[in-house]
Design a protein around this ligand. Structure first.
Ligand SMILES: Cc1cc2nc3c(=O)[nH]c(=O)nc-3n(C[C@H](O)[C@H](O)[C@H](O)COP(=O)(O)OP(=O)(O)OC[C@H]3O[C@@H](n4cnc5c(N)ncnc54)[C@H](O)[C@@H]3O)c2cc1C
Length: 323
């Protein structure tokens, strides 16, 4: 008996595929035959890239650029039913969590968000790995319904290519029953790009706190060398030293990069809530008693204005040696 397909929603911005989509495709391949879902235009330019990541079929709905989450969810639900797929995976972004909930509601699927891993049980059911309470608990949640919708955290798995050797087949769907237009997008303003990865999906994050005293140059320099994003504590954003979109924590962005570097960050519980599930935690703090050292894998007791530039210089030297 052929296994039902696993649908993976490919997030893109004007046709440029976002990095977590490749992680999603890698994870989806471990669960069954993968079929991608592309909402919007710009698919033609991405087909080769999708083929490199194991996609042989892409379901496309050519929606307008400014769709609401309700429309995206309806499109996903219709594709799920039409294609006979039993699983839909999405990247666990703010917007996608809402899309996931609506899709699950429309299809009667079991829902799980912020998954840190996924596997199949002996009976073929999906088992979702999650972390809770600032990553102090790990959970395994079995989805007991025949259909499942799961939003997976960025960086849950490393993206791996698996070329199919041929262009994917594109199945174009028309939205059969668009949801009632209760809301519409009036305006959308794109934040100027920093040229760095998005904080929520970055593999490396360098965060600065009160210890920077408002001078983020050392934090930015290290982030630059590591190809990472810059994050901050609430103290730093409240002081106006850096934009609020960089705030990590309970009332900010939740991150789970492979590497988190906290400089001049004490490790208060509200900050930990947003970063404790990071892969490797490095702390640079002048105070050996700072709570962040309790959760750090590597700690440097020292002045960040001395430690960070030294680290950046050494990384540059190593990179130049390898080039
Ligand atoms: C309801 C609520 C929600 C909150 N939500 C958030 C949130 O989402 N995110 C968040 O971050 N905070 C949040 N906070 C605030 C949180 O409780 C802490 O106050 C904040 O995280 C502390 O920021 P900090 O580590 O930058 O500052 P501090 O706690 O003041 O720590 C600064 C650290 O820098 C070190 N330091 C100083 N100079 C240097 C130097 N030159 N080199 C190296 N180290 C140095 C010090 O030793 C100290 O450990 C929230 C608070 C409340 C009440």
């Amino acid at each position: 008996m052929t296994q039902p397909a696993v649908l993976a929603l490919v997030d893109h911005h004007d046709g440029v595929v976002r990095a977590p989509a490749f992680e999603l495709l890698t994870l989806a391949r471990s669960l069954g035959p993968v079929e991608a879902v592309w909402l919007g235009s710009g698919l033609a330019d991405a087909l080769d890239l999708l083929a490199e990541h194991g996609v042989s079929t892409v379901h496309q709905v050519d929606l307008e650029a400014d769709v609401t989450v309700a429309t995206s969810a309806r499109a996903l639900a219709e594709i799920m039913v039409e294609s006979g797929a039993t699983t839909v995976l999405l990247s666990s972004t703010f917007e996608n969590k809402e899309v996931a909930a609506l899709t699950a509601h429309e299809t009667g699927a079991g829902l799980s968000v912020d998954a840190a891993g996924l596997e199949r049980s002996g009976e073929g059911r999906l088992v979702v790995h999650q972390q809770a309470f600032a990553a102090t608990w790990t959970l395994q949640v079995e989805i007991t319904t025949p259909r499942a919708v799961v939003a997976v955290k960025p960086n849950a798995v490393p993206a791996e290519a698996e070329p199919t050797g041929q262009a994917p087949q594109v199945v174009v769907h028309a939205l059969v029953s668009p949801p009632a237009a209760r809301t519409r997008v009036v305006e959308r303003t794109v934040r100027p790009s920093s040229g760095r990865p998005e904080l929520g999906e970055a593999q490396v994050v360098v965060a600065g706190g009160r210890g920077t005293e408002g001078d983020f140059s050392a934090v930015e320099e290290l982030a630059e060398v590591l190809g990472g994003a810059v994050g901050a504590t609430r103290v730093a954003t409240d002081e106006g030293w850096i934009g609020h979109e960089t705030q990590i924590g309970q009332t900010g962005v939740t991150i789970s990069p492979r590497l988190y570097v906290g400089a001049g960050v004490s490790g208060a519980v509200h900050h930990r809530g947003g970063m404790q599930s990071s892969g490797t935690i490095v702390a640079v703090n002048a105070d050996p008693e700072a709570p962040i050292f309790e959760i750090a894998d590597f700690g440097v007791v020292g002045d960040l204005f001395s430690v960070l530039p030294q680290a950046a210089a050494e990384l540059r030297r190593l990179k130049a040696e390898q080039a």
